[in-house]
Ligand binder design. Structure first.
Ligand SMILES: Cc1ncc(COP(=O)(O)O)c(C=O)c1O
Length: 457
């Protein structure tokens, strides 16, 4: 155990089992203990300041210390802190938030179902799709196609949708009836000389081959993030989704848009679906829906999907699914207030104003000797670090170069997330131009130090 651990860090090591952490290493290095935050900044227990370059985990769009959200929670807790939404019960906040999400949706939607997390939401979606197809008398039409490197959560079914080995290995996943198709990352997976357009055409053809090989009568749905987040901030070619959707329509396969990261302004439009031209049958959102202040996710379903689920519930006597906290009043009150503040403060317009500065700042690293690709959209970005720029040769994962770079960034007062060797950037949407410059100045120091460290071998 390190000599420099604070008492709180030692207590954490003794008592707290962390998600997404190398637990053996944690016992050596301990946690960074954060105690408070304001705007785009968070502070550790020793008062050191950090720019939250990933908005926590792609969450705090309105920044830390937003009193309007605190007040919304307080008022709702005083009025009705808890109620459920089972068996014909409701409350004003769930009703108002469902209405608002429907009105904002990028495609016509009929109903909104609430869960606590993105993983629960994606599990729920799979169950809804199965239930819907059973109600329609299509019991064979159950397979769900996801994409390699897609991220959809960690519960048993949602982790199966996730297309990352780390979420399958030793967990005995994926479960049956979940299939994976290509990742739309041109830099990594295009053939030599292949244009983005041709790459997109090839991936759509590959998806169609998969659907036909499995039998379209067995394929129920396709799920995708408009921009892949945790898989490494992967921006699709412009025409990728229109080509994919043509295949889905041809074979009567539902489109599920996972907007858990892209939703609520991140890509410069309210939804990633608008930026990348998706017309989903089902939309899942979470994270920025409450600016990360409270756990909440929402599933929006089309009239056709709803009709199947309604029919199933009639047959069974009830839709036998739901969470104790589905539509918790305090969470939905904070969600509603978050969406109001987004409008009052013109957050999407602000993102459009500052995104060019952010994307230029990111792309200023494109020629750095360690950077293979700089990519992003809106206030979302990724820098892929490589051992050799000419051949795109990745680093040996055992070198943990991305992790080292993120640790150097932390030493310079910037929190970012390494996804293997892609460094992710996703700051609070309220970030201003000067703060964007400061973010990349801090990162530049970290990247240069990483280069020196790599050179030393
Ligand atoms: C696109 C996407 N879907 C689903 C999830 C899972 O959400 P949660 O961690 O709330 O279960 C995440 C989490 O990062 C995500 O990025």
């Amino acid at each position: 155990m390190s000599e420099t651990l604070t008492p709180a860090a030692k207590r954490d090591i003794a008592a707290h089992l962390h998600p997404y952490t190398n637990l053996a290493r944690h016992e050596e290095v301990g946690p960074l203990v954060l105690t408070h935050g304001k705007g785009i900044y968070v502070y550790d227990e020793q008062g050191r300041e950090y720019i939250e370059g990933l908005a926590g985990l792609w969450c705090t769009s309105l920044g830390f210390g937003e009193d309007a959200l605190v007040q919304a929670a307080l008022e709702q807790m005083q009025r009705l802190p808890y109620y459920h939404t089972f068996a014909h019960k409701s409350h004003p906040m769930a009703i108002a938030l469902a209405e608002r999400l429907k009105a904002l949706a990028p495609a016509p939607m009929s109903k909104v179902f609430f869960t606590n997390s993105g993983s629960e939401a994606n599990d729920t979606v799979i169950k809804m799709v199965w239930y819907h197809n059973n109600a329609l008398g299509r019991p064979e039409k159950k397979k769900i196609i996801s994409r390699r490197r897609g991220y959809h959560g960690v519960t048993i079914a949602s982790a199966s949708l996730t297309g990352l080995p780390i979420n399958h290995n030793d967990f005995d996943l994926p479960i049956a009836r979940i299939l994976h198709t290509d990742c739309p990352h041109h830099y990594r997976f295009a053939e030599p000389g292949e244009s983005e357009e041709d790459f997109a055409t090839r991936l759509a053809a590959s998806l169609e081959r998969l659907i036909v090989a499995e039998g379209p009568e067995t394929v129920a749905a396709f799920i995708a993030e408009p921009v892949m987040g945790a898989g490494g901030v992967i921006v699709p070619p412009r025409t990728y989704f229109p080509k994919i959707q043509a295949v889905l329509r041809k074979h009567d396969v539902l489109l599920i848009a996972d907007e858990v990261i892209c939703g609520f302004g991140r890509t410069g439009n309210y939804w990633g679906c608008e930026t990348y031209d998706l017309q989903p049958d089902i939309l899942v959102c979470s994270k920025a829906i409450t600016s990360g202040y409270l756990p909440l996710a929402a599933i929006l379903v089309s009239e056709a999907v709803y009709a199947g689920v309604r029919e199933g519930s009639r047959r069974q006597g009830t839709f036998g699914h739901g969470f104790t906290q589905s539509g918790n009043p305090t969470c939905t009150a904070v969600g509603l207030r978050t969406l109001e503040l987004m409008e009052e403060r013109r957050i999407v317009e602000h993102v459009r104003e500052v995104a060019p500065r952010f994307q230029e700042g990111l792309r200023a690293f494109a020629e750095h000797p360690l950077v293979g690709e700089a990519r992003g959209v809106g206030l979302l970005g990724g820098l892929e670090l490589v051992a050799d720029r000419a051949s795109k040769q990745p680093f040996d994962p055992a070198q943990r170069v991305g992790m080292y770079c993120a640790e150097r960034a932390q030493a310079h007062g910037l929190i970012v997330r390494p996804m293997v060797d892609t460094i992710g950037f996703c700051p609070p949407l309220i970030i201003d131009a000067a703060q964007i410059d400061e973010l990349f100045a801090r990162f530049g120091q970290a990247l240069d130090e990483t280069q020196a460290w790599v050179r030393q071998g």
